[in-house]
Design a protein around this ligand. Structure first.
Ligand code: SF4
Length: 324
């Protein structure tokens, strides 16, 4: 630890508190910081002052699983990858409603309907709309969706149905994207993110770290995300699933996760930074550390194709660190 490094982190915190953006070079210096305590404390301070001290707790449902025609190399649901996941068509509205009710009763404040499509066929899109209507009529929980690529027309329909947030991740840095996916482009992803915002939906847009990207590319992703001004940024940590090209890769350490999350907080001081898929494997119960280093959201109760913590365990953990 050096004093100059410590001084630099404090200077960056003041800059962000003064409502100024930090540059790519400054973010790169932050993410390489070895003074983890100062970095985490400053990121936490920014979170409390600019994003509030609550924690967003979300539950997901994988409402249509597998057979996606895209070739994302990290994804167990791609039809290019031979994984042993359960594959099924779109679930009926009643089944999704029941899951939403369980999520609400477990204490989650939002419920995200996620479907593995490039974009839903019209019949499925209509059924998803009916499901959203049903949940909005019967339950008091925010409804978010993740359905692949959007058109302006569909985004407006979702907005009018009362959907709060639309998830569409950038996945990785632009300079790393072709190594991860070849069936669509980075620009396609940016385009849907912009359509979502234009329709007045909140944008949930994040990525996955630990896919072999460099530290510079992690910062590149953070800067690209910040430029979209997302309301929420989920940060997933790769678990290389058997049957995917990234199987067996564990390319990120807990220290790097902390450095990344804290730096993303400097880049996006007001957003919900949500630690998502992979936290149970990579953090091994040390989620508290990341929640005290700039993160202010979690996904509880499992992910799309992997299990997660029980909501009761997560709420206990949140109580222990004294957050709402
Ligand atoms: S588009 Fe989404 S569901 Fe399809 S392979 Fe890529 S990450 Fe998986």
């Amino acid at each position: 630890m050096t004093n100059s490094n410590n001084d630099f982190i404090l200077k960056m915190m003041s800059k962000v508190l003064d409502r100024q953006s930090i540059t790519y070079e400054e973010a790169l210096r932050l993410i390489c910081s070895e003074d983890l305590d100062t970095l985490a404390n400053c990121a936490k301070n920014l979170t409390n002052k600019l994003a509030g001290n609550g924690i967003d707790v979300e539950t997901l449902i994988n409402a249509k699983s597998g057979t996606c025609p895209e070739d994302c190399s990290f994804c167990a649901q791609s039809s290019f990858n031979s994984t042993l996941i359960e594959k099924y068509p779109l679930l009926p509205p009643e089944k999704i409603l029941l899951q939403a009710e369980n999520a609400m009763n477990s204490g989650a404040n939002s419920f995200c309907i996620v479907c593995a499509y490039k974009a839903p066929p019209e019949k499925d899109f209509k059924q998803i709309c009916d499901t959203i209507k049903l949940i909005r009529e019967k339950l008091d929980i925010e409804v978010n969706v993740s359905l692949g690529f959007m058109t302006n027309e569909r985004a407006t329909i979702l907005k009018n149905l009362g959907v709060k947030r639309y998830n569409h991740n950038l996945e990785t840095a632009k300079s790393n994207f072709e190594k991860i996916c070849t069936t669509h482009s980075y620009e396609d992803r940016i385009n849907t993110a912009k359509i979502v915002k234009k329709a007045g939906l909140e944008l949930c847009c994040g990525g996955i770290i630990g896919m072999g990207e460099s530290v510079e590319q992690r910062v590149e992703l953070g800067v690209a995300l910040a430029s979209l001004d997302p309301d929420e940024v989920p940060i997933n940590m790769l678990i290389g699933r058997e049957g995917t090209p990234l199987y067996g890769q564990h390319l990120i350490t807990e220290k790097e996760i902390l450095q990344t999350v804290a730096t993303f907080r400097f880049l996006m001081p007001k957003t919900i930074l949500k630690i998502a898929g992979g936290r149970e494997v990579h953090l091994k119960g040390d989620d508290k550390k990341i929640l005290q280093a700039g993160a202010n959201g979690i996904i509880t109760g499992g992910y799309l194709t992997t299990k997660g913590n029980k909501p009761s365990d997560d709420f206990k953990m949140l109580k222990e660190i004294g957050v709402r």
